[in-house]
Design a protein around this ligand. Structure first.
Ligand code: G3H
Ligand code: 13P
Ligand code: ZN
Length: 330
């Protein structure tokens, strides 16, 4: 069942965070759906209520152009049929104004992110407001961003600019956005804390105090870049040096400070990279793409189930279903 991110945030707020996972292809999609139901090996495995979780599928502009954006919708709609127990939102990640409008008009996306964080404050508000007005007419909710993460955000090469708490309150009020991505020291990619960066929970606490009660905050660049997966990549011929991520133990403290959505893309790429490298190393005679594809779907499903445990969303699926039924959500 596709719901909006805000439908999910209402249940999570202040208690746990939803995993927002980027997908690009079929194997990631199947692994993601399985993982959120605790189905490790096959689509037919029994649902495991102890780990089943609501989740957010994120689609970046890069994902939309990797093959053709229509494949993404077809895959996700099919996954919804194959895994009817799932509850999830379909969200545009780091949208421009033009791509936001395309997603809003599509009738498929339940949530879009307008990323005008590289613009001056007033221009960011104006752009966000226009997207909010169009989105709300169609029942779509909007994530905006204030501040700048380190590293590369699609086309934007940003220097770190932490979100200011007072500005966040003004931004939320004037833009009408439904959730706000904040810069609190994270960065995209596999090399997060190489400079003087670290996760700034103190700044997050200030922002939470400044915005309205229970206003959903979002953390981008939150992959944990697990040493285990980086080591496996390197042992199988990779060359990833000094990779590091957000400590998984910081997810729940961040959730308690109002972070309802935690974005994970890089970790999925690491699982993909390690799995394929190992398969080709261990079976050099095998050239069937399904060999590594099958192993990946299982590995990714297990990884998602683990991640949801760290986010606190594992085991919440049935409670969310009940609360949605009560609220009469779409
Ligand atoms: O924040 C960016 C996401 O990780 C998406 O990455 O643009 O390479 O698909 P991508
Ligand atoms: P990571 O690169 O840490 O996975 O962040 C992904 C993200 O923020 C997508 O918007
Ligand atoms: Zn991001």
């Amino acid at each position: 069942m596709i719901v909006t991110t805000n439908d999910l945030f209402r249940h999570a707020c202040g208690k746990y965070a939803l995993g927002a996972y980027n997908i690009n292809n079929l194997e990631q999609t199947v692994g993601l759906f399985r993982g959120n139901l605790g189905k490790s090996k096959t689509n037919e495995d029994p649902v495991n209520p102890a780990v089943s979780a609501p989740f957010i599928i994120q689609i970046s502009r890069g994902a939309r152009s990797y093959t053709d954006k229509r494949f993404l919708e077809a895959m996700i709609r099919t996954a919804e049929e194959v895994f009817p127990e799932t509850i999830f939102a379909v969200h545009l990640d780091h949208g421009t104004e033009e791509v936001c409008y395309d997603c809003i008009e599509s009738g498929f996306y339940s949530s879009v992110m307008i990323d005008a964080s590289h613009e001056p404050f007033d221009k960011n508000i104006e752009t966000t407001r226009r997207v909010v007005d169009r989105a709300h007419e169609r029942g779509v909710v909007v994530e905006a961003e204030l501040g700048q993460l380190g590293g590369v955000e699609e086309d934007v090469v940003g220097s770190v600019r932490l979100t200011d708490a007072a500005q966040a309150a003004e931004f939320v009020d004037r833009s009408g956005c439904d959730s706000l991505a904040v810069a609190i020291g994270t960065s995209h990619g596999a090399y997060k804390f190489s400079a003087s960066q670290s996760l700034r929970l103190d700044r997050l606490a200030e922002i939470q105090k400044a915005v309205p009660p229970n206003f959903p905050l979002v953390m981008h660049g939150s992959s944990s870049v697990p040493k285990e997966w980086v080591d496996r990549i390197n042992a199988a011929g990779g060359a990833m040096k000094n990779a590091s991520g957000v400590k998984e133990a910081q997810y729940l403290p961040a959730a308690k400070l109002g972070v309802c959505k935690i974005n994970i893309d890089t970790d999925g790429r690491l699982v993909w990279c390690a799995t394929l490298r190992e398969c080709f190393r261990d079976k050099p005679e095998d050239f069937d793409l399904r060999t590594s594809g099958k192993v990946f779907m299982g590995n990714y499903a297990d990884y998602i189930a683990h991640k949801n445990t760290m986010l606190g969303s594992a085991g919440q699926l049935e409670a969310v279903r009940k609360s949605l039924a009560k609220a009469g959500a779409r």
